[in-house]
Design a protein around this ligand. Structure first.
Ligand code: NOJ
Length: 738
C-alpha cells in the first residue's frame, strides 16, 4: 500500500472513530439539530438563531455571506453549545462569488475541464473569505429543453460532457485537501432528473424510464461521486410518481448501495414539506418520515425534521439507527472539512476578491466559451484595415449587470467590463465608434431609437449588435415558452440589415435561442451566453481577431421551439428521417393523397435538423479532418483501442479546435443513441500544421445499462466518428470480439 493510500485510510478510520465518539455523546435533539439547515439571510441571524444554536438545534445555515456574522454564528455554535459542533455554511456559489465566470452553460461551451476547474477554484477562494465552506454546485442536470430557465446553470445536454466538466468543477471547489483554507465542499445537484421538467416548466414533473435515467441522467452524478464530491442535493421534481426527496430508489439503492457515496444529502429548499404538496403524504410529519427513511440527511430551510423526527423516533416509526446514520454522514463531512479544528475565517489568509489573477481566469473562461455560429464572407475578425467606423448597437452592449447572468448573489456589476467599454479600449484609437442602445431592455418594443440605430449603422462600415436576454429571463423559475430573441430585437436586426452595412450579432443569453428569424439577416454571429465579469474584453478580443473563437455548443439550437426536446444523442426510431423522405409543408401538393407508407420522424414545418447541432462552433482557422483510423479492427472485452484522425489548419491563424469523438453501438439489447460523445480534446493548431489526435477508448467506456438495469459492454460492431461537431461524417468502425 502506498504511503498516501495508507495515510488516507488512517485518516478516514480516525474520522469514523471521531464521528462515533461524538454520536455517543449526543442527545436525540442534538442529532436532529445537525439535520437542520436554516436560512440566515437577513443580517440579524445571530440574534434570532442564537438560542437554537446554543441548544445544538442547528447543523447548517445558508444565505449568509458576511464573514463577521458567520464567525459569530460559528462562535455561538462552537463555544456556547454543549458539544461545540461547528456549522457548515452553505451558499449558492454557482459560477463565481465576486469574480463572475460565464454561466455554467457557457463554461461548458469551452469543452475545457481546466477552465471549469480554475473557475471553481477562484470561486472557492473568494467564497471562503466570507466564511462559506459549502457551495450548492455543480448543477449537473442533463437538460434537453432550452425553454427551461435552469439550463443556464447546467452543463448542457450531454451526459459525458457534463460528467467530465462537473467532476472538474467538484475538484476546483474541493481541491486536493478539504481542510485547506480556500477549499469548500461541493454539492452534486439536483438528484435526479430535474432537467427533464415537462415542457421546460420549472418544478414540473419528470417522466424518465429507469433505463433512460441510468444511461443519461445519472451518469454525471456517478462521475461526481468518483471524484469525491462531499454532498448531494435532492431535486424538487417528481420522478415517476415519487418525488426525489422521498425517493428511496435514488437515495439509498443507487447513491449508497450501488455507488457507495459516504457524504451527506441535503434536501432542496423546503422540499421535505413539499412531499405533501406533491400529494404523497398527508402532513409534515409523514413528509419527515418519508424523507428521512428515503435517505435525506439534512433538511434545507423547512422545519419538518425539527418538528417531527423526535416523536417519530419515540413512536418507533424511525429508528435511532436511521438517525445515527444520517447524522454520521453530516459529521463525517464536517470532520473532513477540518471545521472542528478551524471553524473561524480570517479573510487576510486568503487572496483578495477580484484579484488580477481571478479576473484573468474569468477573461479566459469567457473567451473559450464564445461560440461562433456564422461568419459569412469571413467578415470577422474586424480587420483594422477594412473597418474604420463601427456602430455598436443594442441593449446588451453596455449592461454590466445583465452580462453576469443568473445566480450572482455576491457578484458586483461595478466590476463588469462591458463589451462597449472593451471595444472602445481596444479599437477606439483607430476606429470611430458610435453607440446606440436602441432598446432599454432586451424586451423593449420598436421605438424612435431604432431610427437612430439605423442611421448609425448606415454611416458605419460595420454594425455590431449586442442582443439576447437580460439575466432575469433565465435561471430558477424563469422558463420561457418562446425562445426567440425577446421584444422587437428581430425587427431591429432587419432594419439595420436593410442599410446594407455588414451586420455582426453578438448574443448574450442564458439558454440556446431560436435564431431562425435573424440568422439570414446577419453576416456573423458570436454566441456569448452570459459571459460574466470579463465578458467585454473576451468579446472584444474575438471581434478584433486578437483571439479566435473556439467554443462549441453544449446544447442543440433548435430551428423553432416546437422541435424541443431536440438533442443529438437521440434514438434512431424505426422510421429515421432522411433528406429524401423529408417533404416540407410548402412542398406538399394541394389535395395530396394521404399515405402511411414511407413516412419518417420529422416535422412538416421544421424538418428534422436543428439550426445548429451539439458540438458545433466555427473558428478563424480553416480546419480539415481526415484519415480517421483505428489501432485494431477487432479488440477483446477489457482491451483499449486507439482511434485517431488528422487535423490540419489550412487557414492563416493559429487557433484552438475542440476535436470530438462519437460512437454508436448499432445493435444492442436496448436501443442506443445514434451517436454518443465519448471523448474530446482541445488542441491548438498552427497555420499549415497537421496534428494527429488520438483517443483511447476502453471497452468499459462503451458500457450501458441494458434491460435488466445491469451495466454491460456488448460484443459486436461499433461505429466511430471524429470531427468538429456532432454532425461530422468522418467515420470508421471496429468490433469487440464475442
Ligand atoms: C433552490 C434551488 O433549486 C437550489 O438549486 C438552490 O441551491 C437552493 N434553492 C438554495 O438556494
Amino acid at each position: 500500500m502506498s504511503a498516501t493510500i495508507a495515510e488516507s485510510r488512517r485518516e478516514s478510520d480516525d474520522i469514523e472513530q471521531r464521528v462515533e465518539t461524538l454520536l455517543e455523546q449526543m442527545t436525540l435533539v442534538e442529532k436532529i439539530g445537525q439535520m437542520s439547515q436554516l436560512n440566515a439571510s437577513d443580517g440579524h441571524a445571530p440574534d434570532y438563531l442564537g438560542d437554537a444554536l446554543r441548544a445544538g438545534k442547528v447543523g447548517s445555515v445558508l444565505n449568509v455571506a458576511d464573514v463577521e456574522i458567520i464567525n459569530e454564528l460559528q462562535r455561538i455554535a462552537v463555544e456556547e453549545s454543549r458539544l461545540g459542533i461547528p456549522l457548515i455554511v452553505g451558499r449558492d456559489v454557482i459560477h463565481g462569488f465576486r469574480t463572475i465566470m460565464p454561466i455554467p452553460l457557457g463554461q461548458a461551451a469551452s469543452f475545457n475541464p481546466d477552465i471549469v476547474r480554475d473557475g471553481a477554484r477562484v470561486a472557492a477562494l473568494e467564497a471562503a473569505t466570507a466564511g462559506i465552506n459549502w457551495t450548492f454546485a455543480p448543477m449537473i442536470d442533463i437538460s434537453r429543453d432550452a425553454r427551461w430557465g435552469r439550463i443556464a446553470e447546467s452543463l448542457g445536454e450531454d451526459p459525458y460532457l457534463t460528467g467530465v466538466l462537473g467532476a472538474a468543477m467538484v475538484q476546483g471547489f474541493q481541491g486536493d485537501d478539504l481542510t485547506a483554507a480556500g477549499t469548500i465542499a461541493a454539492c452534486a445537484k439536483h438528484f435526479a432528473g430535474y432537467g427533464a421538467s415537462e415542457a421546460g416548466r420549472d418544478y414540473s414533473v419528470t417522466n424518465i424510464p429507469e433505463n433512460e435515467l441510468r444511461n443519461v441522467y445519472l451518469e454525471p452524478f456517478k462521475a461526481a461521486v468518483d471524484v469525491g464530491v462531499t454532498t448531494f442535493m435532492t431535486s424538487f421534481s417528481d420522478l415517476d410518481g415519487v418525488p426525489a426527496t422521498g425517493n428511496e430508489f435514488l437515495l439509498r439503492q443507487v447513491l449508497r448501495d450501488e455507488w457507495g457515496f459516504d457524504g451527506f444529502v441535503v434536501s432542496d429548499w423546503d422540499s421535505v414539506r413539499q412531499l405533501q404538496v406533491h400529494g404523497l403524504t398527508e402532513n409534515d410529519r409523514e413528509s419527515a418520515h418519508m424523507a428521512v427513511t428515503a435517505g435525506v440527511d439534512m433538511e434545507m430551510a423547512g422545519d419538518a425534521y425539527v418538528s417531527h423526527l423526535e416523536s417519530l423516533v419515540e413512536d418507533g416509526r424511525v429508528s435511532v439507527d436511521t438517525i445515527d446514520t444520517r447524522v454520521a454522514n453530516i459529521l463525517r463531512i464536517k470532520f473532513k472539512l477540518g471545521l472542528f479544528e478551524n471553524p473561524y475565517t480570517d479573510p487576510s489568509r486568503l487572496p483578495p476578491l477580484a484579484s488580477d489573477e481571478a479576473l484573468e481566469t474569468a477573461r479566459k473562461a469567457a473567451l473559450q466559451s464564445v461560440v461562433m455560429l456564422k461568419n459569412d464572407g469571413d467578415v470577422l475578425p474586424l480587420s483594422k484595415d477594412r473597418v474604420s467606423s463601427l456602430a455598436v448597437i443594442g441593449p446588451l452592449a453596455d449592461a454590466p449587470y445583465e452580462q453576469l447572468g443568473t445566480w450572482i448573489f455576491d457578484g458586483e456589476p461595478e466590476l463588469s467590463v462591458t463589451p462597449l467599454a472593451a471595444i472602445r479600449d481596444q479599437l477606439g484609437d483607430k476606429v470611430s465608434i458610435r453607440f446606440v442602445r436602441a432598446m432599454e431592455t432586451s424586451r423593449s418594443k420598436v421605438s424612435p431609437a431604432f431610427d437612430e440605430a439605423v442611421d448609425a449603422a448606415r454611416e458605419s462600415d460595420v454594425a455590431v449588435l449586442f442582443l439576447g436576454e437580460e439575466s432575469i429571463l433565465s435561471g430558477e423559475a424563469h422558463s420561457r415558452a418562446d425562445i426567440d430573441l425577446p421584444g422587437d430585437q428581430a425587427e431591429l436586426v432587419r432594419r439595420v440589415k436593410a442599410t446594407g452595412t455588414t451586420v455582426v450579432a453578438v448574443i448574450l443569453a442564458g439558454r440556446p435561442l431560436t435564431l431562425s428569424n435573424i440568422v439570414d439577416h446577419v453576416d456573423a454571429i458570436l454566441f456569448a451566453w452570459h459571459p460574466g465579469t470579463m465578458g467585454g474584453p473576451a468579446i472584444a478580443d474575438l471581434l478584433s481577431g486578437v483571439e479566435s473563437p473556439s467554443g462549441k455548443l453544449p446544447a442543440t439550437f433548435p430551428r423553432m421551439v416546437g422541435q424541443v426536446p431536440i438533442y443529438y444523442n437521440h434514438k434512431n426510431t424505426g422510421k429515421p428521417p432522411i433528406p429524401e423522405t423529408t417533404v416540407l409543408i410548402d412542398d406538399i401538393p394541394v389535395g395530396a393523397r394521404q399515405t402511411s407508407v414511407g413516412n419518417t420522424a420529422y416535422h412538416l414545418d421544421a424538418g428534422y435538423k436543428p439550426l445548429f447541432p451539439f458540438g458545433y462552433g466555427l473558428s478563424y482557422a480553416k480546419y480539415r479532418y481526415d484519415n480517421i483510423r483505428v489501432s485494431a479492427d477487432e479488440i477483446g472485452l477489457g482491451d483499449t483501442i486507439t482511434i485517431s484522425a488528422d487535423l490540419s489548419n489550412d487557414g492563416e491563424v493559429a487557433a484552438d479546435e475542440v476535436v470530438q469523438l462519437y460512437i454508436r453501438d448499432p445493435v444492442a439489447n436496448v436501443t442506443r443513441p445514434v451517436r454518443e460523445l465519448k471523448g474530446f480534446q482541445r488542441v491548438r493548431v498552427e497555420p499549415g500544421q497537421t496534428v494527429t489526435v488520438d483517443f483511447k477508448v476502453h471497452t468499459d467506456d462503451l458500457a450501458f445499462y441494458g434491460r435488466d438495469a445491469q451495466l454491460i459492454t456488448e460484443p459486436g460492431e461499433f461505429h466511430v466518428w471524429i470531427g468538429g461537431s456532432s454532425e461530422t461524417e468522418l467515420r470508421t468502425g471496429f468490433r469487440i470480439a464475442e
